[in-house]
Design a protein around this ligand. Sequence first.
Ligand code: MIC
Ligand code: SF4
Length: 646
Amino acid sequence: MGKTLTAKILAAHLVSGSLVPGTEIGIGIDQTLTQDSTGTMAYLQFEAMDVPRVRTRLSVAYVDHNTLQCGFENADDHRYIETVAAKHGVVFSRPGNGICHQVHLERFGRPGWTLLGSDSHTPTGGGLGMLAIGAGGLDVAVAMAGGAYYLTMPKVCRVELVGKLPPWVAAKDVILELLRRLTVKGGVGRIFEYGGPGAATLSVPERATITNMGAELGATTSIFPSDEATRAFLAAQQRGCEWVPLAADPDAVYDETVTIDLGRLEPLVAAPHSPDNVVPVNEAAGTRLDQVAIGSCTNSSFSDLYKVAKILEGKRVDPGVSLVIAPGSRQVLGMLADCGALGVLIRAGARILECACGPCIGMGQAPRSGGVSLRTFNRNFPGRSGTPDAGVYLASPEVAAASALTGMITDPRHLGAPPAVVGDDAAGRNAGDNLFVFPPANGNGLAVVRGPNIKPFPRAAKPPAELAAAVVLKAGDNVTTDDIMPSHAGLLPYRSNIPHLADFCFSGLDASFPARAKAAGGGIIVAGLNYGQGSSREHAALVPLYLGIKAVIAKSFARIHRANLINFGILPLLFADPADYDALAAGETLTFAGLTDQIAAGAALAARTADGRTVSLKLEVTPREREVILAGGLLNLAGKGGGVHA
Ligand code: MIC
Ligand code: SF4
């Protein structure tokens, strides 16, 4: 029986388990990446493992999320990351070098290798044929220490692409179409493996747009084959020798198949406030805009921005709109400057931002109150822009450029013939690497600088033998990590300062939550489906841990957040009967008799309410995860020397 591309790469990296969907496997990790907002925690945890030098083939520390430096906090974080990276053998990508996923694709991604990143959009690397997975910082720290990464073997879903994209229809529309069909829960427990004749028509940056936003489906990752387009991209990066051809066997058997006829797609938009709220652009056309933002790790490649320049060439942005553009990397910015496209964008009225995440993570460019923004980004959760009541639409660069010209959501097909585009494999690429700092061969004797913003992180404790705890919050479906631990300009500087963040936990949903949780001294959160969707930020587990949260009882969990809860010793419990969700009220106390015995005994757990009802729960964990929970978190197992379970 033929093998999928996923199975081939996993088999070559397998350190435990077998590739049976639903069972736990451990894989060796070739490369890791961190970014500043998750990186401080990841390196603090790495330091706690007492491993002198990273044991991966390559580890890179990017600074891209918070580059505003409005106060010392942020600069302290950068200095800490820079010095800890030098000491332990990690490449440092200085602020301004670009967004981790775009830069990694350009400079380091390699077909057939594994990449673990402390950012949910790490699957961007799948555009190059690498198996790139997002995880919490502690899992990445363990991988840096040489430990395996453990995951539940996903189903492999073939996405068969046929046909060719029509004019004005973009790679973004391919992934928006999948989100429309499958929703933000539709990819949970799955790897999307793209192939078919349509895949060959897409460039690496187009593929990367698609694999990037597979994160919004909840997928473990997404991957394209490594073919001639991959070779051309790597050659343009002067990395042609790193290319290898990779594809699924022609008779490979998949768990599921989805077919998309590229030729039948049309421009789409995701309307507020979820990436799966997808409609044809025509249905939203005419919506007045205050802002158009182009960039983010989804759509900020050279070809994306070159296309935008060609659409805007010789024209003016509508005076009612602020057009902001953040190139994905300095390489992209340099190429735009060299070919004259940057001047075109400036003359059209665009505001050019730094090569960073910027507005995507609420670091600047928050829309006005009640404002409407159209963005080429990947997430439009409420409040993420920094303005609680703003409405954010997600769309392709083509739709964004056409809409910037008219001041309202516009179908780009009205613009006539599409511009000729230059691909990212164009000759003359400026691959200056002057904002990387490569570590010395030996870091012994180097000092790690910890400014006052670097605070110790909370350590998980073993579960108590008995537990009586109140339901301190009852939430609905699809709670995001942005809901749990918001991330905007006021809070991002405190990613290494959990006590400060604790006062803002759930602040968008329920401002009294932190005080209530502290008073309860050990509460429980109850939620619906897909709890913890969105980002990889382990702060969404660390901050509740700091507030004393012992368990989350939900109808289902998002993958990365579930792993983060386990890593920090918070029980991710499932309702055995989802009807119990309705029966449980906020404020009720649940008593778990013999909690540790129940955890050790198996999957079924029971709690009793004060009025004597029994709530049947499930702790669906692997033996390794059970061990982590009973040990009081992963760090207690990884401990000194790191790399446990390697
Ligand atoms: C995001 O897009 O939500 C982030 C900010 O990049 C996060 C990481 C973080 O919260 O630091 C992610 O996607 O993992
Ligand atoms: Fe940065 Fe936004 Fe991408 Fe997250 S989604 S890595 S914040 S650009």
